[in-house]
Design a protein around this ligand. Structure first.
Ligand SMILES: Cc1ncc(COP(=O)(O)O)c(C=O)c1O
Ligand SMILES: N[C@@H](CCCC[NH3+])C(=O)O
Length: 444
């Protein structure tokens, strides 16, 4: 397993992250356990910010909280000077509750409810990324009732096919998100917005997809957006002050993944915008981006306890762990690949090829296929790396499993930032209609 950030094998032959022995973390907090390397999260935030500072552009790096949205993460984003992208009332609530400055929050989503729009207006967030015509008019109406004016970006689809899994690619024409530039609906949206008094057009937003390893897609999106900006300026006399090119910067999950340094994505985006806008003598806009995975992905490691095994000679050996698709649905959803090692015996030589199964009642609940490991025993701790993004945030209670705890580790200290769910969390929201309740047993 590749060792990211502060991860290393310590003198006891165990995986250590943030100066904490992971076997001790497992014993103290239980498993499954999400462990986040705080220093690595902060390093990733700073890589983006420093790369932008070097360009001279005005910018905002909005952490896409969908990747991992908990209050402590919102605190880190604020401390590192980032903005925040939310896509639901729940994410907005989490951010506000964590004390994140509302004016640095951007609200996304293809079907924002009237309640979500109200909540955003009441909180006076920085900007709403408008996704469709219905939302545009609804927002204007609700803002009018409140005597407010909301800053908006238009989410546009530039018609770019990102080279990634089709389920996570969003820049193409056939997508549920945004206004298409090619068929004129983006232009029409801006025309309609010009007549609305309770929205203030900042510019446009494009997000082409996720886990992207090349800069070409971003360059092409920048090109389409720049052409669109120029048309809008010439024909509608509107000058965009903000261009948001979304997130999607890839990370290394397994050998063979070859992400670019984060600064290269920033340079490609800013370089394209600079030359394209200069060509039209267009005032340089602020550039915003929305990285999620590239900030938290490789900072997360999930610890599991090994349980039963099943060997089918000549076929496969299954090693089951105490979590699975409930805490990491990505292998089942996207055929995502992960690496792992035995955290409590990290220096032991690999002896067998096994497949890591989750504990859900589902054949597809496999975390890793064909992994080289030492001979495992029940009670061993398996560490799966790069689980920081879209794991906890996509976790479920399938089979009524309790969602794991989350700890942040740093300089030998481990802070619990989300406690493990209890049975009460799982079943306590249920109610049984009166007519189904069991009669009290009569005593004789
Ligand atoms: C609109 C938008 N912004 C930002 C992101 C974050 O993407 P990533 O986590 O790949 O950086 C996503 C997710 O793909 C998204 O849909
Ligand atoms: N959930 C996806 C990414 C989707 C990003 C949000 N638009 C993943 O785990 O890779």
């Amino acid at each position: 397993m590749y060792l990211h950030g502060t991860s290393k094998i310590n003198t006891a032959g165990r995986l250590e992250i943030g100066g904490c022995d992971t076997a001790e973390l497992a014993a103290k907090f239980g498993t499954p356990l999400y462990v986040f390397d705080e220093a690595l999260i902060r390093r990733r935030c700073r890589e983006f910010v420093e790369a932008f500072r070097a360009t001279g552009f005005q910018f905002q790096v909005a952490y896409a909280s969908k990747a991992f949205c908990v209050m402590a993460m919102c605190r880190i984003a604020e401390e590192e000077g980032l903005s925040l992208d939310v896509v639901s009332d729940g994410e907005l609530y989490t951010a506000l509750r964590a004390g994140f400055p509302a004016d640095r929050i951007h609200f996304h989503g293809n079907n924002k409810t009237p309640e979500e729009i109200e909540m955003a207006l009441d909180a006076k967030i920085g900007c709403i990324v408008v996704d469709n015509f219905m939302e545009l008019h609804l927002l204007n109406e609700i803002a009018k009732e409140k005597g407010a004016v909301m800053n908006i970006l238009f989410r546009v689809t530039p018609g770019v096919e990102a080279h990634t899994h089709e389920f996570i690619s969003t820049g193409q024409t056939d997508t549920k998100f945004g206004f298409d530039i090619g068929n004129g609906s983006a232009y029409q949206a801006i025309r309609e917005a010009l007549a609305l008094k309770h929205v203030n057009i900042l510019g446009v937003h494009s997000h082409i997809g996720s886990q992207i390893f090349e800069v070409d897609g971003f360059r092409l999106a920048a090109e389409r957006v720049a052409e669109f900006a120029q048309t809008v300026r010439q024909e509608l006399d509107i000058t965009f002050s903000v261009i948001n090119l979304g997130g999607g910067f890839g990370i290394r999950y397994v050998e063979g993944d070859s992400p670019l340094p984060l600064s290269q994505y920033v340079q490609a985006i800013t370089g394209s915008i600079k030359s394209l806008f200069a060509k039209h003598e267009y005032p340089l806009p602020e550039i915003w981006i929305e990285p999620g995975r590239s900030i938290v992905g490789d900072a997360g490691t999930t610890l599991y306890t090994v349980g039963s095994t099943k060997n089918i000679p000549g076929v496969r050996k299954y090693v089951s762990v105490d979590g699975g698709m409930t805490d990491n649905p990505r292998p089942a959803l996207y055929d995502a690949k992960y690496e792992a090692l035995l955290a409590n015996r990290a220096n032991d030589p690999n002896e067998e090829t096994v497949s890591i199964a989750g504990k859900c009642c589902e054949t597809g609940d496999m975390l890793i296929r064909d992994l080289e490991l030492p001979a495992t025993e029940a009670g061993d701790i398996l560490a799966v790396s790069c689980t920081g993004a879209y794991n906890y945030s996509m976790a479920s209670n399938y089979n009524r499993l309790r969602r794991p705890a989350v700890v942040f580790v740093r300089d030998g200290e481990a802070d619990l930032v989300v406690r493990r769910e209890t049975f009460e969390d799982v079943a306590g929201k249920d109610t049984v209609p009166e007519r189904m309740r069991k009669q009290p047993v009569a005593r004789s």
